[in-house]
Design a protein around this ligand. Structure first.
Ligand code: BDR
Ligand code: CA
Length: 332
């Protein structure tokens, strides 16, 4: 049975790889559409980049809907220092010819929740949670129709990556995160504690190149680009690959282990704004509100990702090379 998903995202090279992984997995995931949010780069660029990724793999049929330009309050935080000026620096791709859809992100989410069975749709959140908070505020009557939210965000043991105490997606819009974490929805959180175990070592980058397809080379080029920043920052053997972990969780949750715990968001403090205060050791009476992942099978994750991209790359490239009518979905 395929699971219906909407990907809410701020591409970003790692978001782009997550989108490719989802589109490569048509046997398990039915991507209803992509909604974009300001994050790694401003909204016009995240909306452009999402369409470029769809076109890279011949999936111009995926509707892309633009969402929030700025967080609920405060200034827009971006991360060009990691992802480059465009958010997808590192590989040369054509400007998209696909059009953005006219319906806004939250209208699209509402439309989809109305036409599908209650509980059928999973929201996959790969960026700041601004769109999801706006949706919950605007359409409270549709909240109960959301099956689950699986997100990349926050940290406990790894604490922060954009400030000493905050992870980027939560820091970029802590008020939105607070709305989502207090929503009572079924939440699965993939924090830095997991993604910092998913290092793009030289041999893993080489495995992408060895796929031999345009997609394999593009993924390796993207990863190589943002590595330069993270290797220097962390002194590690490779940069962490964050957002594809959300899609991998949907494809094979046995790769991950975690705990059902309380997560509270710091929204006020100058010093710790955007911190995810995770009650990992259950030292408070605050009720659990999220399944927070704490460990991952790193080799299993990279095998899954590389295998899926390999199967996909062949199909998408064949279409790219021959211009045939074969779609990627048929090819996987
Ligand atoms: C998150 O922030 C962004 O830079 C990445 O795309 C990921 O979603 C990691 O902190
Ligand atoms: Ca992201």
């Amino acid at each position: 049975m395929t699971r219906k998903i909407i990907i809410d995202t701020d591409p970003g090279q790692d978001d782009a790889i997550a989108i490719l992984l989802a589109l490569a997995s048509g046997d398990a995931l039915d991507v209803l559409g992509i909604t974009t949010v300001a994050g790694n780069v401003p909204l016009p660029l995240t909306s452009r980049n999402a369409r470029m990724v769809c076109e890279l793999c011949g999936r111009e049929d995926i509707p892309v809907h633009a969402g929030a330009r700025r967080p609920i309050s405060g200034r827009t935080v971006t991360a060009e220092h990691v992802h480059g000026k465009t958010g997808l620096d590192g590989a040369k791709l054509d400007e998209p010819s696909m059009q953005l859809q006219s319906r806004l992100a939250i209208e699209f989410i509402a439309d989809q929740l109305r036409v599908h069975e209650a509980g059928e749709i999973t929201l996959c959140c790969l960026g700041p949670l601004t769109n999801i908070a706006a949706f919950l505020t605007e359409y409270p009557d549709l909240k109960a129709r959301i099956g689950r939210i699986v997100m990349m965000g926050g940290a406990y043991f790894e604490v922060g990556n954009i400030t000493p105490t905050a992870e980027f997606n939560i820091f970029a819009d802590p008020q939105a995160a607070e709305i989502v974490f207090s929503s009572g929805l079924d939440l699965v959180v993939v924090p830095l504690d997991v993604t910092h175990r998913l290092l793009l070592t030289p041999s893993r980058l080489q495995a992408f190149r060895d796929i031999g397809s345009r997609i394999g080379h593009t993924v390796a080029d993207w990863a190589g680009f943002f590595e330069r920043h993270d290797i220097e920052k962390y002194g590690s053997d490779g940069a962490p690959l964050h957002d594809p972990a959300v899609i991998a969780y949907l494809l094979d949750p046995t790769l991950f282990t975690g705990r059902y715990v309380n997560v509270a968001i710091e929204t006020d403090s100058e010093l710790t704004r955007g911190m995810t205060v995770i009650d990992w050791w259950k030292v408070t009476d605050r009720p659990p509100n999220a399944q927070v992942m704490g460990a991952v099978d790193t080799d299993g994750f990279f095998e899954l990702l590389t295998e899926r991209l390999r199967a996909f790359g062949d199909g998408a490239d064949r279409r790219y090379r021959t211009g045939s009518e074969m779609t990627c979905r048929q090819a996987v």
